[in-house]
Design a protein. Structure first.
Length: 408
């Protein structure tokens, strides 16, 4: 088979990340105060983090979905405003999202190659990898995956089709992404009946009207059909109910189809470019364990907010080389206790806060959380919780700075 080569192509020795637990999050107090949830959300460079995960997870991850940078050479800011006019982008409140910029194609391919090789080692023998890219680099990625997995282990080349405005005037509008699906072996998971969809009404009508339809083959019209390898799901638009403001967010329905097809309840699902956390949210909703990693605090914070609305505990961790931005002293934030209510007082524009009702001064166990609504509205400033001897609150501003407020 052909191989893809570039100057400096190699698999270097990588130092494993040193992981520290920042908090254990118990959404709505579910599971509190257990100290060992199986689900993990990690801030750090995913190559170093995956290397650190190998001793525990090698050959044990059942499904990996990754949506890495696409080699667009663009900067993607995150929208953090609420209730803004989507027709006036100059008025939007923005924060740092992520940077998809590379010196050249060689450096991008090296970046991708190093990470895909570790993902291959983490994947279970019955596992499946889904790599999501677009026209910028999908052709190169397929050759890399053929090298790592073997071309015989390509399951599908899926086209995710969508619509929307485009400035292109000298070519057809580019309105699809490519998702490459590879198995590690022949006995991979594929739950065909979990992803069936209804036949088109015209198809049902045709089969009912003529016994010759379908060349004599009569499908089970009630059971539905297996989807084709092109999928139409609308993008998460500016006014979409799922919108988090995180750039290039993928729709939940897209990830649910992948998850239902290629994993089972209780399986371990990983996303090493977790972005806004759609994969992890889908996994939690469908009874899968999850493992998410991202290199930016904005992504990890956005994911933490989404997961805190569910009822599945998880650890929030970081590589010791990764930093979380801290709010400057004298921010004017006050946290007061009134009976079984903990009240947050501040004039700042805040995005999230959480409370550990029995803080031990070391490990933060978040037993109550409040996140600013996705579309409109203010952050709730009261949390009901039974407080212990020492309380600690953590607060995150709209721009991502974190402050901690212990109370006795």
């Amino acid at each position: 088979m052909p191989a893809l080569n570039w100057p400096g192509k190699e698999l270097p020795t990588v130092d494993a990340a040193d992981l520290t637990i920042e908090a254990i999050v118990f959404p709505h107090g579910q599971g509190y105060p257990d100290t060992s949830p199986e689900n993990r959300l990690i801030l750090g460079d995913n190559l170093a983090v995956m290397t650190a995960l190998l001793p525990r997870y090698q050959n044990k991850i059942d499904l990996i979905y990754v949506d890495p940078p696409f080699f667009t050479n663009r900067k993607y800011p995150a929208r953090v405003g609420r209730g803004e006019d989507s027709r006036k982008p100059d008025d939007w409140q923005l924060a740092d999202g992520y940077l998809d910029h590379w010196p050249d194609l060689d450096s991008y391919l090296q970046f991708l190659y190093e990470r895909l090789e570790v993902m291959y080692r983490l994947l279970a023998p019955t596992g499946t990898l889904y790599l999501h890219l677009d026209w910028h680099a999908d052709a190169y990625a397929r050759i890399l995956l053929d090298e790592l997995f073997g071309p015989e282990n390509l399951i599908n080349q899926i086209a995710w089709v969508y619509h929307g405005p485009s400035p292109i005037r000298r070519a057809f509008n580019r309105k699809h992404d490519t998702i490459l699906s590879y198995a590690k072996g022949k006995d991979y998971t594929f739950n065909v009946d979990d992803v069936r969809e209804p036949y088109n009404p015209n198809t049902v009508k045709t089969f009912k009207s003529s016994p010759k339809a379908g060349f004599g083959k009569i499908p089970d019209l009630n059971r539905g059909k297996v989807p084709e390898d092109w999928w139409y799901f609308p993008v998460v638009a500016r006014l979409h109910s799922e919108r988090t403001g995180y750039p290039t967010q993928k729709p939940g329905a897209l990830l649910e189809r992948i998850l239902l097809a290629s994993s089972n309840p209780g399986d371990l699902v990983a996303d090493f470019f977790c972005g806004s956390g759609t994969t992890l949210q889908a996994a939690a909703r469908h009874g899968r364990r999850f493992l998410g990693v991202d290199t930016t605090w904005r992504a990890v914070h956005t994911t933490r907010c989404r997961l805190s609305r569910l009822e599945v505990p998880f650890t929030l961790e970081r590589d010791d080389k990764a930093s979380i931005p801290l709010a400057s002293a004298g921010t004017g934030i006050q946290v007061v206790v009134s009976g079984q209510k903990i009240i947050l007082e501040s004039e700042l524009d805040l995005d999230f806060w959480e409370v550990d009702p029995n803080w031990d001064g070391k490990l933060f166990r978040s037993a109550a959380q409040a996140c600013r609504p996705v579309r409109n509205g203010e952050l709730p400033r009261e949390l009901k919780i039974e407080a212990g001897k020492e309380i600690c609150a953590r607060v995150v501003t709209v721009t991502g700075e974190v402050s901690q407020h212990p109370l006795k």
